[in-house]
Design a protein around this ligand. Structure first.
Ligand SMILES: [Fe+2]
Length: 380
C-alpha cells in the first residue's frame, strides 16, 4: 500500500513537471515570434531578459554582451534590477558568469557553494547588477556560430528554491533562439547603417555637383534635429527623422542633370519626372527592412498640409510627423540658399514666407517651432 501511494505521488509529480514543461515550451514558441518581429535591439534584449526570468520564476535577471576582442562586459538589459545597473560595464573576470564564459556551458553559481562569489558581491562599483541578498545565479551563454556573444543571467534570492535542472534546460533552449535573434538584429542594423552611409555619400556627391544644393540635405537634417528637440520628441523618433532628412532627396539620384540643374521653369513632363523622386527614394530604401520608417518619411516629404501635395495628397495629421518636419526644414533651407534663378533670401524674409505657407503647405505647429528657434538665432 505504502509503495502504491509513493508511486502515485511520484506520478503526480511527474505529471505536474510535464505540465509546467509544456506550458513553458508553449511560451517559448510564443516568444520566438516576438524575437523574429523586433528590430529594435534594446527592446529585444529587454524582452529576452524579462521572458527568461519569468520562464524560470527568477526574481531578477540581466543580459551582458561582450565586445569583440575585449574582455569587458556591458549590461545591456535588466529585469527588476536596481537603478543605473543597465549600461554599466565591467571586466569579464569580475562577472559571476566568468566560468560559464570559459566553459561555454550553463553554470549555476550559488553563494552557499562558492566562497569566491563574495568578491563579485562586495565589488559593487564594478558589478552593479548583484546585491548581497542574491543567492543563486543561472548563467546561460548566448552562442551563435560557435561564438559566445554574451550571457543571460537570472537570479534568485536567499529564500527562493534553487533552480531545478529543467529550468537550466529551458534557459539553454531559449538562449539558443535569443542569441540568433540578437545576432540577426545586429547584422540588420549593420546593413542599415552601411546602406544609410552609402546613400548619404551618394547624395552629398549629387549635391556637390551643383553649387546651389551643396550641403542641403545635411543642413536640413541639422534643422530637423533642432525642431524635433523643440517639439520634445523621444530620442528614437529624432534619430529616424534626422536619418530620413539626410536621405530625403535620394530619389533625385536618377534624374538627369539637365532637369535637376535647369535654371528656367520646368516643362510639365520634366516637372512630372521631378515629382517622382519621393517614390524612387522609397523603392531604394524599402529594400532594407530597418530603413522602412525612414522610407515612409522620404515618401511623404512633399505632401502639403492642405492635401494638395504629392505623391498621395495626404493632409494634416495623416502626413507622418517626421515628413511634416522635413517639409518645413527643406523649404526654409531652400529659401535661404542661392538658386540659379534667384539670390538667397534673408532669414527674416524666408521666415515671413514660411509663415505665409503655414496651414497651407506646412504644419502650423512645426512652423511655430521654427519661428521660436529662429527668434533665438542671430539675425542675418
Ligand atoms: Fe524633395
Amino acid at each position: 500500500m505504502g509503495n502504491a501511494v509513493q508511486t502515485l505521488e511520484q506520478l503526480e509529480q511527474q505529471v505536474k513537471m510535464l505540465q509546467s514543461k509544456e506550458s513553458a515550451l508553449k511560451r517559448l514558441l510564443e516568444v520566438e515570434h516576438i524575437l523574429e518581429a523586433t528590430f529594435d535591439l534594446r527592446k529585444l534584449l529587454n524582452s529576452i531578459v524579462s521572458f527568461a526570468a519569468e520562464l524560470v520564476e527568477a526574481e531578477k535577471g540581466f543580459l551582458v554582451l561582450k565586445e569583440d576582442e575585449k574582455d569587458e562586459l556591458h549590461v545591456e538589459a535588466g529585469y527588476h534590477l536596481r537603478e543605473n545597473a543597465v549600461d554599466s560595464s565591467f571586466p569579464l573576470e569580475q562577472c559571476v558568469c566568468a566560468k560559464a564564459f570559459q566553459s561555454g556551458d550553463p553554470v549555476i553559481v550559488s553563494t552557499s557553494h562558492q566562497e569566491s562569489l563574495k568578491r563579485f558581491v562586495t565589488r559593487e562599483e564594478h558589478f552593479r547588477p548583484i546585491d548581497r541578498s542574491d543567492c543563486e545565479f543561472a548563467c546561460t551563454p548566448l552562442k551563435t556560430r560557435g561564438r559566445i556573444i554574451g550571457m543571460l543571467v537570472v537570479v534568485k534570492g536567499a529564500d527562493a528554491t534553487p533552480f531545478p535542472k529543467t529550468s537550466v534546460e529551458l534557459l539553454e533552449l531559449f538562449a539558443g533562439q535569443a542569441a540568433i535573434a540578437v545576432e540577426n538584429t545586429r547584422l540588420l542594423r549593420q546593413v542599415a547603417s552601411t546602406t544609410r552611409s552609402i546613400i548619404a555619400t551618394s547624395i552629398r556627391a549629387l549635391e556637390a555637383r551643383d553649387p546651389y544644393t551643396r550641403g542641403h540635405s545635411d543642413r536640413v537634417a541639422v534643422m530637423c534635429e533642432q525642431i524635433c528637440r523643440k517639439l520634445g520628441l523621444p530620442e528614437e523618433h529624432i534619430e529616424t527623422i534626422v536619418n530620413a532628412a539626410k536621405l530625403h532627396d535620394v530619389g533625385k539620384i536618377g534624374i538627369a542633370d539637365t532637369i535637376l540643374h535647369k535654371s528656367e521653369m520646368l516643362y510639365e513632363e520634366e516637372a512630372g519626372i521631378m515629382r517622382e523622386h519621393p517614390l524612387v527614394g522609397v523603392r531604394l530604401l524599402e529594400a532594407t527592412p530597418l530603413l522602412r520608417q525612414e522610407a515612409l518619411l522620404v515618401k511623404h516629404h512633399h505632401e502639403h498640409f492642405d492635401g494638395n501635395g504629392y505623391p498621395d495628397g495626404l493632409s494634416g495629421e495623416h502626413i507622418p510627423l517626421g515628413a511634416r518636419i522635413i517639409a518645413v526644414a527643406d523649404a526654409f533651407d531652400a529659401m535661404i540658399s542661392d538658386r540659379p534663378y534667384r539670390k538667397a533670401m534673408s532669414r527674416a524674409a524666408a521666415l515671413a514666407e514660411i509663415k505665409r505657407m503655414s496651414a497651407v503647405e506646412l504644419d502650423p505647429n512645426i512652423v511655430s517651432s521654427l519661428i521660436a528657434l529662429e527668434s533665438g538665432q542671430p539675425k542675418v
